[in-house]
Design a protein around this ligand. Structure first.
Ligand code: FAD
Length: 300
């Protein structure tokens, strides 16, 4: 009875992807091509950023709708509250649900260009906790037809810029769970222990939801600097040197580093890997192939 036999595939770690809305017609065509490849890999979901770096918010809804209508992947919509009134945030939740998408990443959001954390427009925005609750309320009003509907939240293994201590970051993450979050996705980081020790401390403080490590295989020195600024940490010196030695462009080095990091994370108990794709499929699929996570896998 095959039902009783342990399936090797079932034990395999899972993965998901992040993409962002394209900012030109040519980039949109390239993205359409990339998401077909990403979706064919059978991820748990593909998440779509919202308003990050000043990108157009309607473009985010368009991309979520495209994924829903033209790929087999489950879209997960990032949504932010920064600079918006409660009514506008509710309207945005309903617009995403109108597109048939009930899975969200609930975020406060980065300060819009020209504003800082101390500006009232930013500091008085609804927090991610309130957004998680608004999403749950909207979901209760209208059942999802094509997905269960889960709410993800952000986690910061190396600390959010606003927090003064790891304990504060963990308290805040546990509060997100208590508000109704089903899973967390981390900010980028470089070292496995950043994630593993953070999750261990968070579990001791009562966190039960899965925490997906966010990883990005960089291709260029500029991307490595960007990741370092998001991670709030200097990039590993070796990786920075090797990229510079290749003239600042070496996608295979980013793949190698991400594979090594992912192996340590999965061995340490991470439930899956969430890959920031930079809207390209080649590197992230190379990472998954190296890790043996793509199905069908001819060796199985
Ligand atoms: P919140 O959870 O509301 O709070 C952030 C931090 O502030 C907390 O960790 C805590 O340290 C501190 N804090 C705030 N309020 C309190 C309080 N009352 N008590 C104690 N501490 C408090 N940004 C975008 O604009 N668009 C995106 O699509 C996007 N995608 C992201 C995806 C991921 C996986 C991650 C990790 C981040 C993403 N961001 C995105 C960035 C995010 O919006 C910023 O980091 C933002 O500054 C914080 O959002 P948050 O939801 O974590 O905020």
């Amino acid at each position: 009875n095959s039902f009783l036999l342990p399936s090797r595939g079932a034990a395999r770690a899972r993965f998901s992807f992040e993409v962002f809305p394209a900012r030109s017609g040519a980039a949109a065509l390239a993205l359409g091509h990339a998401v077909q490849h990403l979706s064919a890999a059978d991820p748990d979901f593909i998440s779509v950023t919202y308003g990050a770096n000043g990108s157009n918010r309607d473009a985010s809804l368009d991309l979520v709708t495209y994924l829903r209508d033209h790929t087999s992947a489950l879209p997960l919509a990032h949504l932010t509250t920064v600079g918006e009134q409660r009514e506008a945030v509710s309207a945005a939740i309903h617009a995403i649900m109108d597109a048939g998408v009930h899975d969200f990443l609930a975020l406060r959001g980065d300060p819009p260009r020209g504003l800082t954390e101390s500006d009232a427009e930013v500091s008085e925005s609804l927090s991610s906790l309130e957004l998680v609750r608004l999403i749950s309320e909207a979901r209760a009003e209208r059942p999802a037809l094509t997905s269960v509907g889960r709410t993800a939240v952000a986690a910061y293994p190396n600390g959010h810029p606003l927090s003064r201590s790891r304990a504060e970051d963990i308290d805040w993450l546990v509060a997100k769970q208590e508000s109704g979050a089903d899973l967390a996705i981390t900010q980028l980081f470089f070292r496995a222990d950043d994630y593993l020790s953070f999750v261990e401390d968070a579990r001791a403080a009562g966190l039960r939801i899965p925490v997906l490590p966010g990883l990005m295989p960089v291709a260029t020195s500029a991307q490595l600097r960007k990741v370092a600024s998001l991670a709030g940490q200097p990039a590993p010196i070796e990786l920075a040197r090797e990229l510079d030695a290749e003239g600042g462009y070496a996608p295979e080095l980013g793949v190698e580093h991400t594979v090594a990091l992912a192996r340590e994370l999965l061995a340490g108990g991470a439930p899956s890997v969430h890959l920031y794709t930079f809207n390209r499929h080649e590197q992230v699929l190379a990472v998954l192939r190296e890790l043996g996570l793509l199905t069908p896998n001819p060796v199985d």
